[in-house]
Write a protein that binds this ligand. Structure first.
Ligand code: FMN
Length: 409
């Protein structure tokens, strides 16, 4: 069975030097209109030394009018090319692969940055943060598919060695896949075939626009855990079909705004099987692994060398995907490789007020504050309890949203 230090050869021929992947985390370091900044470059200079062989970037948008959060990168902005080149080059020194994650949020684009979100069907998200979506036209769907492929071609030109399509967490690809969110009666909805067509076209056109050694991966949910939604069977079928098409890496995750990853993580964490293993989605990975030849990354819950090594040892996955520990320890990958008893000091901010602590943005914003500190070469804070740090996090999120709206006005 594989160990964390073993290399992994992908279908493209790319050799990853170990089994640790830093999973995607929105850096929130772009300008309000989606420009890459020097802070992205310095952050990835630091993470190139993290010990992970593969760094998936925070999600970049394929349409700057549709952002999932403030301060995300617009992958198609012409003015970004120079800094994207510098960003891609940060991995060269340590033979670390960097793959930007490409996303369109569809209806999961909050009011603070978007008053007119789009979706496969008019099924509003039952949350005041989001405006009701408008149904996409056929021409708009074709345009979005082309934008994914165009973005991948530019990122390859900038020097990145691959891209990851964001098919998880309830964004547009996930909305098309889900029979709950996709109620279309044309070729984009209804049967599995039709719901799969959007991601299949994105994959095929991305391949057509990029070279043979360029990696195309995807992050998918193991299921949406939503009645009438995207099931585990659907998810396995998606993995099987993308495997057949030749996809290079599949990352397994879970959750959406309506059913967040934290909540899912907490449900899974209560299960005895998850208590024995750190990974939330390893049971699902076991089911899918034997049916595909594409290597699998499992993400969600890994905190220690032991947990990651044990999960690899089951043979149910090929790589451990880790997000939050890299935000509080920029050398987390090295630490787990050097010390087989290493445990991440990850401890989210707690204001002590239940309502505030339950807000999804608290968790995300707290980690992005630490990511910003890494980009500035500052020491990260592993703990910050109390109401003032919590209010600072909320204020920062609100201020960033306002800045995006100002740019749009
Ligand atoms: C600050 C932050 C930002 C995130 N941004 C993204 C993102 O842009 N794309 C994505 O697929 N997942 C994103 N995630 C989810 C992580 O990739 C990962 O799936 C989740 O945190 C569970 O893994 P962990 O337990 O190792 O943190 C984000 C998570 C955090 C904490």
């Amino acid at each position: 069975m594989a160990t964390l230090g073993d290399s992994l050869t992908l279908k493209s021929g790319t050799v990853l030097r170990n089994r640790i992947c830093k999973a995607s985390m929105n850096e929130a370091l772009a300008t309000p209109d989606g420009k890459v900044t020097d802070a992205h470059v310095s952050l990835y200079e630091a993470w190139a030394d993290s010990g992970a062989s593969l760094l998936i970037t925070g999600n970049m948008m394929v349409d700057g009018k549709h952002m999932n959060e403030p301060l995300v990168v617009d992958a198609l902005l012409d003015t970004n090319m120079d800094l994207l080149r510098k960003w891609a080059a940060t991995g060269k020194r340590t033979n670390t692969h960097i793959w930007p994650q490409l996303n369109h949020p569809g209806k999961q684009s909050p009011k603070m940055v978007n008053d007119a979100p789009l979706a496969p069907s008019v099924m509003p998200i039952p949350n005041d943060m989001f405006a009701p979506p408008r149904e996409l036209t056929d021409a708009e769907i074709e345009g979005i598919i082309d934008s994914f492929a165009e973005a991948a071609a530019r990122l390859e030109e900038a020097g990145f060695t691959g891209v990851q399509l964001h098919g998880a967490h309830g964004y547009l690809i996930g909305q098309f896949l889900s029979p709950h969110h996709n109620r279309r009666e044309d070729k984009w909805g209804g049967s599995f075939e039709n719901r799969f067509r959007f991601v299949e076209e994105i994959y095929n056109r991305t391949r057509a626009r990029t070279g043979p050694g360029f990696n195309v991966g995807i992050k998918i949910n193991s299921s949406d855990f939503q009645k009438g939604g995207f099931t585990e069977e659907d998810s396995i079928e998606v993995a099987k079909r993308l495997d057949k098409l030749g996809i290079d890496l599949i990352e397994i995750s879970g959750g959406s705004w309506e059913n967040p990853v934290n909540r899912k993580g907490k449900q899974e964490a209560k299960k005895e099987s998850t208590l024995k293993r750190e990974a939330y989605f390893l049971e699902y990975a076991e089911k899918v692994k034997s049916q595909i030849s594409t290597p699998l990354v499992v993400t969600g819950g890994f905190r220690s060398s032991e947990g990651m090594s044990e999960a690899l040892g089951t043979g149910a996955m090929d790589m451990a995907g880790v997000a939050r520990p890299f935000a509080v320890d920029p050398k987390f990958g090295k630490h787990v490789m050097q010390n087989n008893k290493h445990v991440s000091p990850v401890a989210p901010i707690r204001s002590g007020l239940k309502k505030i602590d339950a807000m999804a943005i608290m968790e995300i914003s707290w980690y992005t504050m630490q990511i910003e500190r890494i980009s500035q070469g500052k020491k990260v804070q592993t703990k910050a309890d109390g109401i003032w740090p919590a209010l600072r996090v909320i204020y920062r999120f609100w201020k960033n949203g306002k800045a995006v709206k100002r740019v749009r006005a």
